[in-house]
Ligand binder design. Structure first.
Ligand code: ADP
Ligand code: MG
Ligand code: MG
Length: 931
């Protein structure tokens, strides 16, 4: 196959690679599985699906002239093939790899396995989205007992050659041959060997860099013996055997536990697969004019526009991230290697200009020359994302719509999270400081291992995970913890990386704390903290406190909800307001809130909600003495007795509604009538029943009997929703009267009032008609009594499948629909949310459900019910108002779906309102871009 034609095919495929099915099947024989980068570059940054994120961007960096060591990428399609064909490769792969190696050889002048000038390569995994720590990289591949001597002779640096070799044997032994820490071991076995040798030969824990060539040679021998003993295999000598083994290990690691856990958390489909990158080595470990580092073009923790990163002199790749040696900030390079620093600055500018986003990149300096090994959009905290987006807009790097898209909606809540109360923190006095790696404030009971942290969190404790440093094994513990504290590691350490991504509060490299895993204690400043003791960390300032420290609301909450003038002057507050304004400009849907009290309604309005999408009136019946009146009503034996009890409830409801109407300043309020089954209001224990009997003068036996009578086998599907109002119309009449009397009262105060009465659980048009009549009757009465004209609507909740399927009929009577997606999911799936805990986790594991359907709407199933109801409802009543008030109303992925089906608004809890506004804006922008 001629090169030129291969390149054309590649370019063509790049744009279509996300839809392989639309392609005419090609003979496997001429398929391109290997893409070069370097002097010739086949791929580009847009080809992440095929080349993985790392491979695509290596290609892109070559295209813009950045110094990248040459190499090639084996496509994700090979990974798919590998798992579809009993872990084997397409037959043509080897020949294409041969050509790839030959190309690297031509560009470097080195030869794979050569005894004069050996080519060494790295083998690197690279999925579509980076998966930190999930896949393992092998460096210096191609070394054996012969080529190591050649490398030593060629460079005149035996120490360097043996350092490469011992790293290679160690990584290969671990990643490919599976020599890893056993359950009964506390340390990695290779590290134990290194530790032993250091103490034998140097009688102390010296730095790796002080090991001599001879020490390293000895380590190689001991490592090989360890591998032989543990894996029962000889270390492979042939470079090609090494290479094929490493490639297999990368593909194999796609299915390891850690990778699976990570994919599940971030909803990454298994089918995507990983690519493998094979790349010529450059060496950061040749001496003091070399090194290796990780940097961000801006500060990913707080968003500041500063070169941010760190490096280690005389080190290779993973040393920086591993947190074994503590690296130095990049700015130090300015003094130590001014030329290299200037080059890095140039690269930093080039990257931002080209990618127009903050980049997280990896580099190596070999004898003063800078090489780029990776770049990707930097993971960032919500705080940094906000500042990046606003700054880059002002710098004219991006437009306002891009700025909106740059703020991850599901992270936005971080900005509303509490911070430590300044006065309290000053009193508490920091006991240690570290790097501020994940902003926010967290207090928790400390645990020193991930399993115990998870167990404690499951018991409901607030947990702080404390580790010397974290590794991917700790992921579960990190997910469970409020915050993460490490004694070692820099801003690019694993802990910092993951914390940034998950929005966890994190302080790392707090060197003053001493973590004793065996004794399960943390010592600092002469004090000891046992597991279960409280500590607090401030991830914005990098401070560690003993005990619990009181928190204060974030500047945004302080400014919006409490009207704090100082908070309103902060940059964070102003940026947030700008973002929210743009969200309003971009959105088609509006955002309402689910609120049951005037305070909640006011908060939501402060956050930008433009109405209430759901008021659950039953919540009002639980407060104070009201519950007794409610119980009297339920226990009443005649209609008159029931009406008497209801009359006691009416003033309460009226006051509640009036408060809510006032808080809304003219925005609409959707008020749902009584919904839950009545037994939820009655006391269930004998003591409680006796107590109630004394209070309201109904015999305990009668109460007991009524509880029995109301018992249901499936309360969720029982006597609830509109069925109650149909059974006892006087309840609906009382509620309607309370709404209208409150409306009349507030309207007379000069405030516009727009009640929207919502009848729950409707499956038949007739159900709705019966209730609507009760509502209109009350409206007529109140309007006549009060001599006012009220502006109201009556509609229904669509929350059972029959309601959705007969929406055309129901829309004849309903003036609006609000999708109650909680119940619609329960009834649509035939799955009780409260009982799903016993099987849903396994369903997620088996990928029967890709996401929890109670958190993110099941678009393929329940979504169809929504779509049917939208279509049928609007066919009957073109101006039918459509909203959603389930849990899904605050979920960005679900909001995207609601945008697509054309709802008018989403409604969510007050503190989710900003999230929903951002998600609605992004959904609208995406929909427009998709047109
Ligand atoms: P990860 O996905 O875990 O970041 P990488 O494939 O990026 O793994 O490799 C980790 C580190 O290994 C890189 O940051 C780099 O420092 C080093 N490395 C990888 N390939 C090379 C290479 N060809 N030459 C020198 N160092 C390399
Ligand atoms: Mg790695
Ligand atoms: Mg990397």
């Amino acid at each position: 196959m001629a090169k030129t034609s291969a390149r054309k095919t590649a370019a063509k495929r790049g744009t279509r690679s996300s839809k392989p099915a639309s392609r005419a099947p090609r003979a496997a024989g001429d398929k391109k599985f290997v893409y070069l980068f370097g002097r010739q570059t086949d791929g580009n940054g847009a080809m992440k699906a095929l080349l993985g994120g790392k491979g695509a961007n290596l290609g892109e960096m070559c295209r813009i002239g950045l110094p990248v060591p040459p190499g090639f990428t084996i496509t994700t399609e090979v990974c798919t093939y590998y798992y579809a064909n009993k872990r084997s490769y397409p037959p043509v792969l080897r020949a294409q790899m041969d050509a790839g190696i030959a190309s690297i050889e031509r560009q470097t002048g080195k030869k794979f396995g050569d005894l004069k000038n050996p080519l060494l390569v790295s083998v690197r995994s690279g999925a579509r989205d980076s998966m930190p720590g999930m896949m393992d990289t092998i460096l210096n591949l191609g070394l054996n007992d012969q080529t190591v001597e050649a490398l030593a002779a060629r460079t005149g640096n035996p120490r360097f050659a043996w350092d490469c070799y011992r790293r290679f044997v160690q990584m290969y032994g671990d990643v490919v041959l599976g020599v890893q820490k056993r359950a009964d071991e506390d340390h990695d076995p290779f590290e134990t060997v290194i530790h032993g040798l250091k103490h034998e030969r140097h009688r102390q824990d010296v730095e790796d860099t002080t090991l001599t060539a001879d020490d390293l040679k000895e380590l190689v021998a001991r490592f090989k013996a360890l591998i032989k003993e543990r894996a029962g295999k000889q270390f492979p000598n042939s470079p090609w055997d090494q290479l094929m083994g490493a490639v297999g290990a990368v593909f194999g690691s796609w299915m390891n536990d850690r990778a699976i856990v990570y994919r599940r958390k971030y909803n990454i489909p298994t089918e995507w697969g990983t690519a493998v990158n094979v790349q010529a080595m450059v060496y950061g470990n040749t001496g003091d004019r070399s090194g290796s580092g990780v940097a961000f073009t801006r500060n990913p923790a707080n968003g500041a526009k500063e070169f941010y990163g760190e490096f280690l002199i005389n080190a290779q790749g993973e040393d920086v991230v591993a947190g074994v040696r503590t690296p130095e900030p990049v700015s130090e390079l300015k003094a130590q290697m001014p030329k290299a620093y200037a080059e890095l600055e140039r690269i930093r500018q080039t990257l931002e200009k080209h990618f127009k986003d903050v980049q997280d990149f990896e580099f190596t300096i070999e004898d003063g020359v800078v090489y780029m090994l990776q770049t990707r959009n930097g993971k960032r905290t919500a705080m940094a994302a906000l500042k990046f987006s606003m700054d880059m807009y002002r710098e004219k790097l991006i437009d306002w719509k891009t700025a909106v898209m740059r703020n991850p909606a599901d992270q936005l809540e971080q900005l509303l999270a509490p911070v430590f109360d300044a006065a309290e923190a000053a009193k508490a006095k920091a006991i240690a400081t570290g790097l501020p790696a994940g902003p926010g404030a967290a207090s928790g009971q400390i645990y020193l291992n991930a399993d115990r942290a998870v167990a404690a969190a499951e018991k409901g404790q607030k947990v702080l995970l404390v580790r010397i440093e974290t590794s991917p094994e700790d992921l579960r513990g990190m997910i469970a913890a409020e915050g993460i504290l490490t004694a070692r590691g820099g801003v690019s350490s694993h802990a910092a990386l993951v914390a940034r991504q998950m929005g966890k509060v994190c302080v790392c490299g707090a060197a003053a704390i001493e973590v004793d895993y065996q004794a399960r204690v943390v010592k600092v400043e002469g004090r000891s903290f046992k597991e279960g003791d409280w500590m607090s960390i401030d991830g914005t300032a990098g401070k560690v406190y003993a005990g619990q420290v009181k928190t204060a609301p974030s500047e945004i909450v302080a400014g919006l909800i409490h009207g704090d003038a100082a908070a309103k002057k902060t940059e964070k507050f102003k940026n947030f307001q700008q973002l929210m304004k743009w969200c309003s400009d971009a959105s088609r849907m509006s955002v309402r809130t689910n609120a049951d009290t005037p305070e909640q309604a006011a908060n939501a309005v402060a956050f930008g909600a433009i109405g209430i999408g759901l008021t659950r009136t039953e919540h009002m019946f639980f407060e104070g003495d009201r519950i007794d009146a409610m119980r009297e009503m339920i226990l009443a034996e005649t209609e008159d007795a029931r009406k008497a009890a209801l009359a006691k409830l009416l003033p309460y409801q009226r006051e509640d509604f009036a408060g809510i109407f006032r808080a809304l300043h003219g925005y609409p309020a959707t008020i749902r009538f009584l919904d839950p089954p009545l037994h939820e209001f009655l006391p269930h224990t004998t003591e409680q029943q006796a107590e109630l009997s004394k209070k309201i003068g109904v015999p305990a036996a009668r109460i007991h009997q009524r509880v029995e009578q109301l018992h249901e086998f499936n309360p969720m599907l029982g006597f609830r929703g509109c069925r109650l109002g149909i059974g006892y119309p006087e309840i609906s009449a009382m509620q309607a009267r309370a709404v209208f009397e409150a409306a009349a009262q507030v309207q007379k105060e000069g405030i516009k009032v727009r009640p929207e009465i919502m009848i729950p659980l409707v499956g038949f048009k007739k159900e709705l008609d019966l209730q609507i009549e009760v509502v209109h009757q009350a409206a007529r009465e109140v309007q006549a009594e009060q001599k006012v004209k009220l502006n109201y609507m009556v509609g229904t909740m669509i929350e059972i499948p029959r309601g959705a399927l007969t929406a055309d009929e129901i829309a004849q009577s309903a003036e609006f629909f609000s999708f109650g997606t909680n119940d619609l999911t329960q009834t649509g799936l035939g799955m009780s949310r409260d009982d799903s805990g016993s099987f849903l986790p396994q369903y997620a594991e088996l990928e029967i459900v890709k996401k929890n359907p109670f958190a993110t709407i099941d678009t393929t199933g329940v979504g169809q019910l929504v779509e049917i109801a939208v279509t049928k409802g609007r066919a009957t009543r073109p101006n039918l108002k459509l909203g959603i008030c389930g849990e899904h109303g605050g979920d960005p992925a679900s909001i995207q779906f609601f945008e697509k089906v054309g709802l008018d608004y989403v409604s969510c809890s007050p503190y989710r309102v900003p999230v929903a506004r951002l998600a609605a804006a992004q959904a609208a922008l995406q929909a427009k871009a998709g047109d």
